[in-house]
Design a protein around this ligand. Sequence first.
Ligand code: ADP
Length: 238
Amino acid sequence: MRPILAISGLSKQFGGVTALAGVDLTVEEGEILGVVGPNGSGKTTLFNVVTGVHKPSGGTVLFRGRDITGLAPHAISRTGIGYTFQQAMAFAGLGVLENVQIAGEHARATGGASPWPTPQALLDFVGLSALAGEKAGVLPFGSLRLLGLALALATRPSLLLLDEPAAGLNDRETSALVGLVRQLPGHGITVCVIDHDMKLMQMLCRRLAVLDFGSKIADGPTEAVLADPKVLDVYLGG
Ligand code: ADP
């Protein structure tokens, strides 16, 4: 089967810094793929190039077979790639439900049927119904993160990119988030998660790709990747 996302030879230089050094990576339809690596290994840059925040220095990104390399972020979002930010991008002065309504109104014009037909259904899914009428600005951190997920899902993505989704969450909030994310493939949403937290990635992903200094050094089933001496070296500072 054709991968939903196919990245080939992707490179990115910032002045003299090589953030990505020719990365090949595929995301298969219906999977939850994890991209891990130490700080500075290029994870965020990969995410930023795929979403159009940065233009790559070389290489290509195909989404459902279509070349989206270097398109503007709004154009890429409209093709069906959604993403969450570490800081939830909600309108603080508007209600929780209103935020989801607005995000849904800006959904891509070609958006297919959503598994969550109304903003309220989406709030139910992420467990925020009880807070629907609250202003987003007064939400505690964990709830704000869930709202960020709801806002991303409101755009009806078929591929969702998650950037350190559990950073700053406590254990209970992390389990709730893992439970939600694991349901997404069943709703037709493929997931790619970027994080350095191996415990979280083990809970979420059956396959991991590992970046180190902008290069992919491993890619395969989670257990095999975690037992790979090259990966242990990077993580244990060998
Ligand atoms: P990670 O997300 O794995 O921590 P990044 O993609 O943020 O890694 O960073 C990879 C490398 O690129 C680092 O050396 C970082 O300093 C550099 N880098 C990232 N973004 C920029 C930028 N906007 N300008 C200059 N250098 C950057």
